[in-house]
Design a protein around this ligand. Structure first.
Ligand SMILES: [Fe+2]
Length: 287
């Protein structure tokens, strides 16, 4: 390959953190020497490993020192914004191929599939694949941080936040769902405030939820199948009060308080596990 050809090829490469780092170190000239290519490949870290490295350091630090949280989370959010489906070897056809390989008939296939990328005591990383018209019902991540980066398709997110009042300080209204019936069991009722109704795609930023903001949320695939990278920290751990619970938004027309009633997992939602086809994420320290 001549120098001109190489120059043209270099221009075609989209700007990415990997490309920028190679350019900064003058690696383009270095790459022209075929004998050097294997050495460069060693240094080219997968984008998802970079995200994992920053995520793990961020959440390890946050668990000890909660200062400077915003800066750390913003850095991680920017890095997540760069992640594309191709970085994880995920395409819409991957989802279709894996679904069609299932021995189950189409009507009984799970509405949602999960691919685990990595999990330890600090964080869990995976990919959720939503079939057309499916949703992950209103649920929470108690005391946890969550990053959702859409890889393809569009996902609508509706979320609710904790409010800093005890239920005993509030007037519990009469709910339409309980007309002519005894009211809801107060133990399963949570007052919240609306946080966000928005749509996310690979062209938007990463959706972030915090322990007190947007922690109750529902995600729906809009106009077709969709997939998103999911990073949670710390992971679910029911023994430490971090269990995933499901909720129903009760209708109440007056006031800003949104009342959520804890319910059993909805019957139209279930999830299977599929193999993750992308680059491996590892940490020497965690092994
Ligand atoms: Fe969630």
């Amino acid at each position: 390959m001549g120098d001109n050809e190489m120059a043209m090829k270099t221009k075609e490469v989209p700007e990415s953190p990997h490309h920028l780092s190679l350019t900064m170190f003058g690696a383009e000239n270095f790459l022209k020497e075929p004998k050097n290519i294997p050495i460069i490949l060693i240094f080219k870290m997968a984008a998802i490993q970079k995200v994992a490295n920053v995520a793990r350091e961020t959440f390890k630090t946050i668990l000890i020192d909660k200062t400077l949280i915003t800066d750390k989370l913003n850095i991680l959010k920017c890095l997540c914004n760069e992640i594309k489906a191709a970085d994880l070897n995920i395409t819409l056809s991957t989802q279709e191929a894996l679904s069609s390989n299932s021995a189950r008939p189409s009507y009984s296939r799970p509405p949602v599939s999960y691919m685990e990328i990595y999990e330890d005591k600090v964080l869990t990383m995976g990919i959720f694949l939503l079939r057309k018209g499916s949703r992950i019902p209103l649920h929470d991540h108690p005391g946890m941080y969550g990053f959702c980066r859409v890889l393809y398709g569009t996902i609508s997110v509706e979320s609710f936040s904790h409010i800093d009042k005890d239920i005993s300080e509030l007037n519990v209204p009469e709910f339409e769902e309980f007309q002519d019936k005894p009211g809801p069991d107060m133990r399963f009722l949570t007052p919240t405030k609306h946080n966000q109704s928005g749509e996310f795609s690979s062209n938007t930023g990463t959706c972030v939820l915090l322990p007190r903001i947007g922690n109750y949320h529902e995600l729906k695939a809009v106009d077709g199948p969709a997939a998103f990278l999911d990073i949670l920290a710390p992971p679910y751990e029911p023994e430490r009060g971090r269990d995933c619970l499901y909720y129903k938004l009760l209708s109440e027309k007056t006031g800003d308080t949104k009342w959520l009633l804890q319910i059993d997992p909805p019957r139209d939602f279930w999830c299977d596990n599929l193999p993750y086809p992308g680059p491996e994420v590892t940490f020497a320290e965690a092994q």
